[in-house]
Design a protein around this ligand. Structure first.
Ligand code: NAG
Length: 276
């Protein structure tokens, strides 16, 4: 019904816009039949990873709004999230596939995301410290946000050409991170693997056959780690641009019962860059 209403409003606005050349018609809205249903928690916002010095065309629009530097004590922010309840907050974005979690057996140094020449999207690998993760979860708990976390899907893979990455996903760091999250009792509604790696990708892309296997691995990990938990999180994938062959193949490779929520990204309002 919502869909039909939206269609009606769209047509009505089209008619208003084209009012020079008008032809009258009538539109019958059949409100008795449901075409699609939208869940109650469809309002969503993303907290991204971009540092304050991420700039495009001399504009640096992100300020201090990232997962690691957003001021969680702002009353306006908490009130806004509570007012939109249930608001889903997705933590993710381009740089998520370069973020390591400072927990468990992580051997690599865990430094902040920094601008480097030749880095993916112009940045180095970055780090999420568990102290910050604790603060974020307290914040989500207090504001009642529903959390979707985008995991680093490129960990363990290597770049073989300009934007193609190959190799098996190394799940060790994600495993330790999810284990820590569960041990603290933090409720993550869903885990997503990778950001915009499907099809041709944006900064990086992965082959669908390997990505499907990586998802099966993540599903096994979630099964093991949440085995004794009443709550079972969803697995969300691939969070990228829709290319039919890639998506079709993904479902063939993963098989049924692996992906709970299939996602794709649209930029109908443009990329948000200001070109001056
Ligand atoms: C916040 O955490 C407490 C303690 O773990 C829990 O009982 C409560 O359900 C949580 N609230 C939300 C909204 O997740």
């Amino acid at each position: 019904m919502r869909f039909l209403l939206a269609l009606f409003l769209l047509l009505a606005s089209l008619q208003a816009n084209l009012s020079q050349d008008i032809e009258h018609g009538s539109l019958l809205v059949d409100g008795a039949q449901t075409k699609a249903e939208t869940g109650d928690n469809f309002i969503c916002a993303t907290i991204d990873w971009w540092p304050h010095d991420k700039c495009d065309y001399n504009h640096c629009p992100w300020g201090y709004s990232s997962v690691v530097n957003l001021d969680l004590s702002l009353p306006f922010l908490s009130k806004a999230i509570q007012a939109l309840k249930p608001l889903r907050i997705r933590l993710g974005g381009s740089l998520q596939d370069q973020v390591l979690y400072d927990v468990g057996s992580l051997k690599s140094p865990c430094h902040p995301l920094q601008k480097i020449k030749g880095g993916l999207f112009g940045f180095s690998k970055g780090c999420l410290h568990m102290k910050r993760w604790d603060e974020l979860n307290q914040f989500f708990n207090e504001t009642g946000a529903i959390v979707t976390f985008g995991l680093n899907a490129l960990h363990g893979k290597h770049q073989i050409s300009h934007n193609v990455w190959e190799g098996t996903w190394d799940p060790t760091n994600a495993y330790d991170f999810i284990k820590y999250t569960i041990s603290k009792g933090y409720k993550i509604d869903s885990w997503e693997l990778g950001n915009e790696l499907s099809g041709k990708g944006i900064g990086a892309s992965v082959g669908v056959a390997q990505y499907g296997k990586d998802l099966i691995k993540l599903k096994q990990i979630l099964g093991t780690l949440y085995e004794n938990s009443k709550f079972k999180p969803s697995l969300v994938a691939p969070g990228g641009f829709y290319e039919r062959q890639w998506y079709d193949k993904l479902l063939q490779v993963s098989g049924s019962g692996i992906i709970n929520v299939l996602t794709h990204h649209l930029y109908n309002l443009g990329p948000g860059l200001t070109v001056t």
